[in-house]
Design a binder for this molecule. Structure first.
Ligand SMILES: Cc1cc2nc3c(=O)[nH]c(=O)nc-3n(C[C@H](O)[C@H](O)[C@H](O)COP(=O)(O)OP(=O)(O)OC[C@H]3O[C@@H](n4cnc5c(N)ncnc54)[C@H](O)[C@@H]3O)c2cc1C
Length: 438
């Protein structure tokens, strides 16, 4: 790479949101030169690869419902109609709920909002769950341990049959291959963007520019391999957005929290084997993605591995922290043993005899309302803040980013549904607060 290069658009970050955005920008702006770059040596290696890669449309806010429902339908279209296997399996999501949770105002409101938006779900009662889910403990029989841990007994299940799991790497590859087919510029890896270049607009060539009274805009990026100039800089750097935005005084309004995943194999465990091939919920005879009623513990079936990925959406007590060193991304085995495992094994005792064979950690990039940001300000087009659900929102976010770039008032999402392009911006944000965050 030479000292200073020029492109129409530079997309920083080749995670799922960056590759999807690069693809739609190139598809709809065929004459523009677009450089996609990432500091890692391949696309999709950061949080996209660390994710549970589960997708659900079961949200409470109409915005998240729309972003996810259209993205999931696009995922199905890619797999079923374009024949590109994303290993998408419609196993469904199952929320296990206590009696008081199910009858709470927030869950009743959530169900009403899903009904109003045509999001399919089904409620199961305790007896049905007991018959259908191998090994589920629905009766704590006054257990002191359960009481000590504030564990709520399961009374209901809320199941969403349009939800499922996929392979995030395949999904990244899909957009990347499509982008490569139409783009003229090859993606570049191993390039670290050190800063955004902010310049006066217009430039007066005076020493000390930009002055406070001048208009300013980002005109490119400074990387460890030289300077790249572009009319539009797309920031799809997810959890790392603040590193680049803070120094130029742009407030991304996002915060970062560590999230971990622990893998348990079930091939040698008869109970877990049965759980893995739970029947009755879906057409693939597979265990759904299950969320416990307490402590935010969940598991995702992993058919190829004959096992489960276990995670936890811990809230109070888990600090917000930028990722600075590799140590920030080390999974904590004691956290699994002392925090997640007791909850998991109380609801599903078959997990009691197994221990994780693998684990990893990544991070969520949270927005204040748990709805993503997509905005174009000062020459920077930012798409982030997916709040732990970027895989399931990527297609919609990327189409909105492209509409903003083209100055369109509306973005057309997969299936023809429309959304005002400025809905997810900071300045003209028009969203409710999302309450169903895992
Ligand atoms: C444990 C865990 C479980 C999750 N489960 C789910 C789930 O089930 N479903 C779901 O939808 N989502 C899930 N998520 C969230 C999901 O992973 C993210 O929302 C999604 O990956 C965000 O995509 P992204 O492209 O913004 O980020 P990333 O994949 O993190 O991509 C950002 C890219 O930017 C690059 N980058 C950053 N800074 C620079 C720089 N200065 N120079 C060059 N390159 C840079 C990085 O190298 C990286 O490749 C989970 C996340 C975690 C951690």
């Amino acid at each position: 790479m030479s000292e200073s290069e020029n492109f129409d658009i530079v997309v920083v970050g080749a995670g799922i949101i960056g590759v999807a955005t690069a693809y739609y920008l190139q598809k709809n702006n065929p004459n523009k030169t677009i450089l996609l770059l990432d500091r890692y040596l391949a696309a999709g290696q950061a949080n996209t690869a660390m994710s549970a890669a589960a997708v659900r449309n079961m949200f409470a806010s109409s915005t998240n419902q729309l972003l996810t429902d259209t993205t999931i339908k696009f995922i199905e279209h890619v797999q079923e109609e374009l024949g590109y296997d994303l290993f998408f399996e419609k196993c469904g999501y199952l929320w296990l709920l206590s009696d008081s949770q199910f009858n709470s105002e927030s869950v009743q409101m959530w169900m009403k909002r899903m009904e109003a938006s045509g999001i399919h779900y089904k409620a199961y009662d305790k007896q049905q769950l007991k018959e259908m889910m191998p090994g589920l403990n629905v009766d704590f029989q006054g257990s002191e341990e359960a009481e000590l841990m504030n564990l709520k007994e399961v009374s209901y299940g809320l199941f969403g049959g349009d939800c499922g799991v996929l392979d995030p790497t395949r999904y990244v590859e899909f957009y990347l291959e499509e982008f490569r087919k139409i783009g003229t510029v090859k993606p570049r890896y191993g390039v670290n963007v050190e800063s955004l270049i902010l310049e006066a607009d217009p430039k007066l060539e005076l020493p000390g520019e930009p002055f406070v009274w001048q208009n300013k805009r980002v005109i490119g990026v400074k990387t460890d391999k030289g300077e790249i100039r572009a009319e539009c800089v797309v920031l799809a750097t997810g959890a790392w957005a603040n590193e680049l935005l803070d120094p130029i005084g742009m407030n991304s309004k996002t915060k970062v929290k560590k999230r971990q995943m622990f893998v348990v194999h079930g091939a040698e465990n008869e109970g877990l084997k049965q759980l893995l091939s739970t029947k009755g919920f879906n057409e693939v005879d597979m265990c759904p993605f299950v969320i416990m009623p307490s402590a935010g513990v969940y598991f995702r079936p992993q058919k190829q591995e004959q096992g489960f990925w276990i995670g936890c959406g811990d809230k109070l007590g888990r600090e917000y922290k930028y990722i600075q060193t590799d140590d920030d991304l080390v999974p904590e085995s004691a956290y699994y043993e002392n925090s997640m495992f007791p909850v998991l094994s109380a609801y599903f005792p078959d997990f009691a005899t197994t221990r994780p064979v693998n684990s990893w950690a990544g991070s969520y990039c949270y927005s204040p309302d748990a709805i993503p940001f997509v905005y174009y300000e000062n020459g920077v087009l930012v798409a982030n803040g997916a709040s732990g659900s970027g895989i399931m929102k990527a297609d919609a976010m990327a189409r909105i980013a492209d509409a903003l770039y083209r100055g369109l008032p509306e973005a057309e999402l997969y299936g023809g549904k429309k959304i005002a392009s400025e809905t997810l911006t900071i300045k003209k944000r028009n969203v409710e607060i999302e309450s169903v965050v895992i």
